[in-house]
Design a protein around this ligand. Sequence first.
Ligand code: AGP
Length: 616
Amino acid sequence: MCGIVGYIGKKSVVPVILDSLQTLEYRGYDSAGLAFVDNDLLTVYKASGKLMNLRNQLPEKLFEKNGKSRYIGMGHTRWATHGAPTDQNAHPHVSCDGNIALIHNGIVENYGELREGLTQKGHQFHSKTDTECVVHLIEELSKSEPDMMKVLQQVSQRLVGAYALVILDKRHPDKLYGVRNHAPLVVGIGEDELLLGSDVVAVVEHTNKVAYLKDGEIVELSPQGFKVINFYGEPIDAKVETIASGQLIADKKGFKHFMLKEIHEQPDVIRSSLSGRLITPEEPIALFQSDAAQRLEQINRIFIVACGTSYHAGLVGKYFIEDLVRIPVEVEAAGEFRYRNPVIDDKTLVIAISQSGETADTLTAIRQSHDKGSPVIAITNREDSTIARESDWVLPVRAGLEVSVCATKSFTAQVIVLYLLGLYLAETRKALAAENLQEIKSELQRLPALVEHILHTPEPIQALAKKYGNSRDMIFIARGINFPAALEGALKLKEISYIHAEGYSASELKHGPIAMLDRSIPVVAVLTEGIVYDKMISNCQEAKARDAYVIAINSGPMPEDVKDTFEDVLMIPKTHELLSPILTSVPMQLLAYYIAEFLGKDVDQPRNLAKSVTVE
Ligand code: AGP
């Protein structure tokens, strides 16, 4: 969602802010702005659209080295929640007296009531955002309280919702303030400089020393250092951590888009996810370094919560874990979980899956699970995230920085970690014979080479992209453990090509969706050798009988007499049926990629989407 950057130091502030905002670009945004103090003047620039539009507004003198007194400032990329993505609605927002500028990530839920009260007191609003009321509230409270840290404590008592705020007040021209409540904010501690960021990615160019603020904390940065207090004014000793910054630097490595690079990284991602955890098929899975074993023994049910692609990974996990461990597994979209009263207790293991580790709905689901006594495992790509820090155990997926908004390698890595967890539980509970476990483990170790095999021959997929790229709709069908892969294939296509796509269990076709079928709607069918192979062929024949073009992603021994059911067949290597979603997903990722590229879409930053969804 919104990207936040703050800087105080000896470098010329505008280039620093623009560079940092660029590192956050991948998260998705629709307008940008910045503010800095120069010779006691608060200056603000804002522009809708890409960062380049903001850059084009800025006078060249702001890029001169040794930019005089311009050493303090902040920048923002906005993902619109309230009010269209216009120049006026872009952040920073400024107080009526022109002294205070503010940027915000999150949602102020009681903005209507605050706005009304402040309007009655004479404040004039210039935007349609929820954010603007906060800067006016600060201005109002500052009239009777000169100490900004105290004002911000009062502000925190008045705001309802999620917010990370950064505030610049020209009456305190050597200070920058930050507030965190249910939206991430991190302090970067460099040599003679301090930064604020909504993600460490924004600060790693400058420093690998960071302090993660916690919910309910306020920070003041000044040339003397930084100090943190909580919303009650009590001083907090913020822990400074050293991060492996190299892993957080985005680089396309010669690929045209991050998405294509990330698809191609999958063999290595699988190796890395397995490394040290699955050593040989004969050895037990090594997954936890802590007290988990004893606690997990008492579990009689699993509940997986996640959103989007991570939710689809969770569905694959359900098929796998139930099959191996014979323990009931439920999977629910975190946004649904949080607004009902799920039946979970201290014997329910909650698994929260999140690439970013900051997804607001998933985070809330974790907190609610803890309230009901359930232990939580986080499966995440960001060990430094809030979700990781709030869970009882963390299983890092080790996919490396994923820049493309469209998740690919993180899905694969999440599924691999769920496989490892299923194997671990099956072993520790003696739920499956050793030889069956060893068979699955051996196949897991073969997966990187099998994915490489698929990646080596993209030409047939590129040809399909040209053939079907102008379709208005597309349907993805599968059965069994590949049903979630079909859902994921459809999600990939719609989010980057904007083609309407749906995933269905093939068995559900004749309960409604088949009514839509004709020559204009291609059907992508996933067929892997196993118990549903023949059933899938029958379902494909039903689609073909309605004149639909059926495209098979096939690893099975297709009988001669059914071959004419399929307009196109993409062959993929064979593996254990339970592991096949890893292989069937790759051609669907590539199909979505090449169609979006063929249509000239913004592959890595699709419209309306954000990489990290920090508001509900
Ligand atoms: C996937 O391509 C999406 N961009 C999206 O569905 C994503 O998976 C979802 O927002 C969840 O994000 P998380 O894994 O970071 O929690």
